[in-house]
Design a protein around this ligand. Structure first.
Ligand SMILES: [Zn+2]
Length: 212
């Protein structure tokens, strides 16, 4: 299978999950789409794949979203501190990259066809703010999978019934070292701890540990 990897918690646990299920023919895909946190993500994907002896390809489309000012992009608007719920009413939440996942899945499907793979796996999980990120919903995945099925490709999001805290718990059972992963939207050397991704990560660990 082709596995979209970002170096974050979700796709990393998905990779461990696939290996735990006995899958051996895994090709990781790390896509540079101009994300602000490219260095952190790439470093994480590289180290995780090396540790697990999984090959990954690095695809570069860094100007693909040059029309967007999403704060997730290197050239995008300022990245404000705060949760999605805090930033949305103030009009400061801008971490959504329009139609990003359609592009990522499209590239992954092309790679799958070129290499004779029949599945594309995405690390999309269950969200409490699913309306903000429609392009990782089960409806979206099912729709894309239907479009690609005549070409022999199935798109799967095996963790999409799990909230992030449950993904963390699953990762613990696989012995995932979460220090290997990168979540932060910023391009700082260390995670900023104040962007919406960092706050969600910290909160999910607390919930997973029963502290919240
Ligand atoms: Zn951050």
């Amino acid at each position: 299978m082709i596995m979209l990897l970002s170096g974050g918690i979700d796709s990393t646990v998905m990779l461990y999950h696939a290996l735990d299920l006995g899958n051996k023919d895994i090709l990781g895909l790390f896509i540079d789409y101009g994300q602000r946190n490219f260095t952190g993500e790439h470093h994480a994907v590289h180290n995780i794949c090396k540790k697990l002896h999984v090959t990954y390809h690095h695809i570069q489309v860094p100007t693909a979203f040059s029309y967007s000012n999403s704060s997730c992009l290197a050239h995008g608007n300022e990245l404000y501190p705060g949760t999605v719920e805090e930033l949305l009413p103030e009009g400061k939440f801008n971490a959504f990259v329009p139609n990003r996942n359609m592009l990522l899945i499209s590239i992954a499907s092309g790679v799958a066809m070129a290499y004779g793979h029949s599945e594309v796996w995405c690390g999309f999980i269950k969200l409490r703010n699913a309306d903000v990120f429609f392009d990782q919903s089960p409806l979206f995945i099912d729709g894309i999978s239907k479009i690609l099925s005549p070409q022999g490709i199935t798109v799967k999001a095996p963790l999409n019934s799990l909230y992030k805290e449950d993904v963390i718990k699953l990762g613990v059972t696989y012995g995932v070292d979460f220090n290997d992963t990168w979540t932060c939207y910023s391009n700082e050397e260390r995670s900023c701890r104040v962007c919406s991704a960092c706050i969600a990560r910290d909160k999910s660990f607390k919930v997973a540990r029963g502290e919240l």
